[in-house]
Design a protein around this ligand. Structure first.
Ligand SMILES: [Zn+2]
Length: 62
């Protein structure tokens, strides 16, 4: 299995972000929670494509 990419692309989400723009995988994404560099309790939500491993930041934190 390939190592997932460490690069994170930023995406604007219209109504739904389900299809990977890199490989066109259509069944949604895995999620990862990333601790940001700045001091905060919030975690950044990153989507990971199960098909190609590309990572996407949709600008949301939890
Ligand atoms: Zn993909």
């Amino acid at each position: 299995m390939d190592k997932a990419s460490d690069e994170v692309g930023e995406m604007d989400v219209a109504d739904e972000f389900r299809v990977c723009p890199g490989c066109e995988y259509q069944r949604g994404f895995h999620v990862s929670f990333v601790k940001p560099a700045e001091k905060t309790d919030a975690l950044r939500l990153v989507l990971i494509c199960p098909g190609c491993g590309d990572r996407f930041d949709i600008g949301k934190s939890i």
